[in-house]
Design a protein around this ligand. Structure first.
Ligand SMILES: Cc1cc2nc3c(=O)[nH]c(=O)nc-3n(C[C@H](O)[C@H](O)[C@H](O)COP(=O)(O)OP(=O)(O)OC[C@H]3O[C@@H](n4cnc5c(N)ncnc54)[C@H](O)[C@@H]3O)c2cc1C
Length: 418
């Protein structure tokens, strides 16, 4: 089949790769001049299968209320006159019910586990390199009360098949010696040895090159304006190249992988897509001659930030702001990332080298992405991966190939329109 993949982020490029491998003739369309230049550009770098719990949990509403007035809060809801934001917020509240949280956790965990296996297989198959490290993820706590809650949560996650080991402060330092710099602040940690990390942007650009060698075509600098329906199918995609040349592209099938922008193209078609952007920040610093940068990927639970080693760089990422599609940098939120990092790891790197960035996580209220069919027989979804798009990209794309072929995917997950 001739397939148009709409979107050249990590999810779109992975979709193109697996579809091409399955024998399809694939073209990727994206408004940027290359791969992974929007949300997949500078994320936290974690393949965090074992931390796949959704934001929506019974404790979330109270925390969010408490954080409303704090500009540096980890999760900040900025109320707007936007029905999309309110619809998302109300559904998020429903997803905080204990039964929904349990269901969503299992869904995300299943897909994340499957995805990690797909990523490993892809690595073995192609030798793709992207500053990856297979040294696990250590979640550390500086607040003893939060740590006690974390120990209970780890127990629960173990019952779902996650290998989360509770560690004392000294054991944390033994796993990641850089934590010796803040040993006196640690309450404990939870370690998952099987988790990984790596640079999502480098992965995506490398994979795009490999896909091109397999025959995938890339239409960069091409804005998608609308999908044209015809009866029960999509007839074509209206585009504009380089801002001036209007055209229509047609194919046998279409994959929606436009991340946070997917709802704009799907609403006119009446295809449900409750995706809202959750803006996040990252800082990338050069390590240089400094000796105190961690190599094991870390999650600072109390500040909800991650620290990931990417070669000679340290990526610090986190915070979430529900405030529409605005990507401007808020100085307070940027500096909160580096301040916390250098407070705990004074010798982590060259502070003045910090490059700040924002990206819009395509979040669904449940945290589970939208993958599968739609009411149009040739339109498929692969979007809404929120906090876990890098973790879930390969598995989502691999499963999509089965959905397109009309086969049952090899993962227990609630696909759309199944
Ligand atoms: C601060 C931060 C930290 C994160 N940390 C992690 C992490 O540690 N682990 C993890 O698993 N995930 C993490 N994520 C989430 C992850 O980065 C995202 O889920 C993932 O990048 C989404 O990929 P995507 O391909 O769906 O979207 P994108 O990368 O945004 O790709 C969508 C593409 O669509 C294109 N596009 C949009 N509209 C149009 C249009 N009209 N016409 C043409 N092209 C269009 C864009 O140019 C873009 O290239 C983090 C995110 C953020 C912001």
């Amino acid at each position: 089949m001739r397939i148009l993949v709409l979107g050249g982020g990590v999810v779109g490029v992975a979709s193109a790769w697996y579809l091409a491998r399955a024998g399809h003739e694939v073209t990727v369309v994206d408004r940027q001049p290359g791969a992974a230049l929007e949300t997949s550009f500078a994320n936290g770098g974690q393949i965090s299968v074992s931390y796949a719990e959704p934001w929506a949990n019974p404790g979330a509403p109270l925390k969010i209320l408490k954080w409303l007035a704090h500009d540096d809060a980890p999760l900040l809801f900025r109320p707007r006159l936007d029905w999309r934001q309110w619809r998302w917020g109300l559904t998020f509240l429903l997803e905080c019910l204990p039964s929904r949280t349990r269901h969503n956790t299992i869904q995300c965990l299943n897909l994340a586990l499957y995805s990690r296996d797909c990523l490993k297989a892809l690595r073995e198959d192609t030798g793709i390199a992207y500053d990856q490290l297979e040294r696990g993820i250590l979640q550390y706590y500086t607040d003893p009360a939060e740590f006690a809650r974390g120990v209970d949560a780890a127990e629960l996650m173990r019952t779902y098949g996650c290998d989360r080991d509770v560690k004392t402060p000294d054991e944390c330092v033994a796993i990641e010696p850089a934590l010796a710099q803040c040993r006196h602040r640690l309450a404990g940690g939870i370690f998952t040895a099987t988790d990984e990390s790596g640079d999502a942007q480098r992965f995506t650009t490398e994979l795009a090159q490999m896909a091109a060698a397999e025959g995938v075509a890339f239409a960069w600098s091409t804005e998608i304006q609308a999908l044209s329906p015809g009866g029960d199918a999509i007839d074509g995609v209206r585009i504009v190249r380089d801002g001036e040349r209007f055209d229509t592209l047609a194919a046998d099938a279409y994959v929606m992988a436009l991340g946070s922008y997917s709802p704009f193209l799907l609403s006119p078609l009446d295809v449900p897509c409750n995706v809202y952007p959750a803006k996040g920040y990252s800082a990338t610093i050069d390590i240089g001659e400094h000796r105190g940068a961690p190599t094991v990927s870390l999650t600072d639970y109390d500040w909800k930030i991650v620290l990931t080693r990417l070669g000679q760089r340290l990526r610090i990422a986190g915070t979430a702001e529900l405030n529409g599609w605005d990507r401007s940098l808020n100085r307070t939120r940027c500096e909160a990332l580096t301040a916390r990092t250098f407070e705990l790891f004074p010798d982590a790197g060259d502070r003045d080298s910090a490059r700040y960035w924002t990206g819009l996580r395509p979040a669904t209220p449940s945290n589970a992405p939208l993958i599968g069919r739609t009411r149009y027989r040739n339109l498929f979804l692969n979007t809404g991966h929120g906090t876990l798009g890098w973790t879930m990209a390969c598995g989502s794309a691999r499963a999509l190939v089965d959905v397109v072929a009309g086969r049952k995917p090899g993962v227990d997950f609630g696909f759309t329109h199944a």
